[in-house]
Ligand binder design. Structure first.
Ligand code: NAD
Ligand code: UDP
Ligand code: UDP
Length: 340
C-alpha cells in the first residue's frame, strides 16, 4: 500500500472475535491501527500476534466513557455479541451500545472521521418477513432478556442516522448476520462454538427446542471482506446494509454436520428453547451485492473445516473463559416457542 493511502483507523472491540480479524487485515494493508477494548469478552491473545507491528497500538478503554484521539476512520464493534455474554450484565450492554455509539459519533463529528457501526440481524427480532430485507422494521420484544442487545443496537442505528441527518456524518451501518470462525470465544454459548467444543470433547450436542429453527452462517473472512468494502465505498449508502451468508440451515442440520466433520461420537440432546429465540433468520443480501460487488464465497463445510482446528488447539477448559470474568452459563429458557 502506498504511503498516501495510509489511514489512522480506530477499531473499538478490536480484541474480540470480529475485531481481531479486522485489525489483522487493516494492519496488513499498512494502516495505523488503534485497537480499543475493555477486554469484557475479548482477550489480548486474539491480537498478541500484532503487538510487534509498528502500525498497531492497543488501548484499554471502555467506550461508554469519552475518548479523545485523532483518527480518519472508526469501526465501532465494541459490544458483547453472544446471548450469554450480553445477558450477563444487560445494563452495561445497553450502555455500551448507546453511550458507546454517542461517544464514537461525537468523536467522528469532532475529527470528521468516517464511522462504521457493527449492527446486527437482531434488529429484525423474531422476524415476520423472510428472508429479511433492510426495509423491514422488525419484530422485537422491548422488555425481554434479549432486549438490552436488540434495542441497544436499534437505538445505536437511530443515533447513527440522526448524526448523519443532523451533523452530516459519513456513516456505514452493517447489519451483521451470524458469523463464525477462529477466535470465537469457546465459552460464549453460541451455537457453533458450543457444538464444536461439545463434539470435540465427546459431550452431547445441546440442541435447543426441536432444532428446526434456522440461522444462516457466514465465515469470518467473507464478513471482514464486506466490512472493508462497505467502509471503502465512495459514498455513504444512506441506510443499513445486510451482511451475511444466505445459506440457511436448521440447528439440527448444523449439529449433524459438526458431528460428521469432527468424526465425533457425541449424541444429540434436546434442551428447552431460550426465551425470544428467533425462529428463522436469513439475510437478503441484494443490497450488499449491488453496492459492494460482494458475495460470501466460503461454504459452511469449508468454513467449519477451518474453524474446528482452532477449537481443538485451545488448551484452556470451556468453563474457564480466558482472561475474562465471564464463564459458561445456560441461557434464559422458555417453555414453548412463541414465534414461528
Ligand atoms: P466479541 O464479544 O468477540 O467482541 C466484542 C468486543 O468488544 C470484545 O473484545 C469486548 O471486550 C469489547 N467490548 C465490549 N464492551 C466494551 C466496551 N464497553 N468498551 C470497549 N470494548 C468493549 O463479539 P464479536 O462477535 O466479535 O462481535 C463484534 C461486533 O459485531 C459486536 O458489536 C456485535 O454486536 C456485532 N455482531 C456480531 C455478530 C456475530 O455473529 N459475531 C453478529 C451480529 C453483530
Ligand atoms: N466525545 C468523545 N470524543 C470526542 C468528542 C466527543 O468521546 O472527540 C463524546 C463526548 O463525551 C460527548 C459525545 O461524544 O458527550 C457526543 O458528542 P457531541 O459533540 O455530539 O455532543 P455534545 O458534546 O454536544 O453532547
Ligand atoms: N443453539 C442451540 N444449542 C446451543 C446454542 C445455541 O440449539 O448449544 C441455538 C439457539 O437456540 C439459536 C441458534 O442455535 O436458535 C443460534 O444461537 P446463537 O446463540 O449462536 O445465535 P443467535 O440466537 O444470536 O442467532
Amino acid at each position: 500500500m502506498k504511503e498516501v493511502s495510509r489511514k489512522r483507523i480506530l477499531v473499538t472491540g478490536g480484541a474480540g472475535f470480529l475485531g481481531s480479524h479486522l485489525c489483522e487485515r487493516l494492519v496488513a494493508q499498512g494502516h495505523d491501527v488503534l485497537c480499543v477494548d475493555n477486554f469484557y469478552t475479548g482477550t489480548k491473545d486474539n491480537i498478541a500476534h500484532l503487538f510487534d507491528c509498528a502500525n498497531f497500538e492497543l488501548m484499554r478503554h471502555d467506550v461508554t466513557f469519552p475518548l479523545y484521539v485523532e483518527v480518519d476512520e472508526i469501526y465501532n464493534l465494541a459490544c458483547p455479541a453472544s446471548p450469554i455474554h450480553y445477558q450477563h450484565d444487560p445494563v452495561q450492554t445497553t450502555k455500551t451500545s448507546v453511550h458507546g455509539a454517542i461517544n464514537m459519533l461525537g468523536l467522528a463529528k469532532r475529527v470528521k472521521a468516517k464511522i462504521f457501526q457493527a449492527s446486527t440481524s437482531e434488529v429484525y427480532g423474531d422476524a415476520r418477513v423472510h428472508p429479511q430485507t433492510e426495509d423491514y422494521w422488525g419484530h422485537v420484544n422491548p422488555i425481554g432478556p434479549r432486549s438490552c442487545y436488540d434495542e441497544g443496537k436499534r437505538c445505536a442505528e437511530t443515533l447513527f442516522m440522526d448524526y448523519r441527518r443532523q451533523h452530516g456524518l459519513d456513516i456505514r451501518i452493517a447489519r451483521i448476520f451470524n458469523t463464525y470462525g477462529p477466535r470465537m470465544h469457546p465459552a460464549d454459548g453460541r451455537v457453533v462454538s458450543n457444538f464444536v467444543m461439545q463434539a470435540l470433547s465427546g459431550e452431547p450436542l445441546t440442541v435447543y427446542g426441536d432444532g428446526s429453527q434456522t440461522r444462516s452462517f457466514c465465515y469470518v473472512d467473507d464478513m471482514i471482506d464486506a466490512f472493508l468494502r462497505l467502509m471503502n465505498l465512495r459514498n455513504d449508502p444512506d441506510g443499513p446494509v445486510n451482511l451475511g451468508n444466505p445459506h440457511e440451515v436448521s440447528m439440527l442440520q448444523i449439529a449433524q454436520q459438526i458431528v460428521e466433520i469432527t468424526g465425533s461420537k457425541s449424541p444429540i440432546e434436546f434442551r428447552p428453547l431460550p426465551i425470544d429465540d428467533p425462529w428463522h433468520r436469513q439475510p437478503d443480501i441484494t443490497r450488499a451485492t449491488q453496492l459492494l460487488a460482494w458475495v460470501p464465497v466460503t461454504s459452511l463445510e469449508a468454513g467449519l473445516a477451518k474453524t474446528v482446528p482452532y477449537f481443538s488447539a485451545l488448551s484452556y477448559p470451556v468453563s474457564g473463559a480466558p482472561g475474562t470474568r465471564i464463564g459458561h452459563a445456560e441461557p434464559v429458557l422458555q417453555r414453548e416457542h412463541t414465534g414461528g
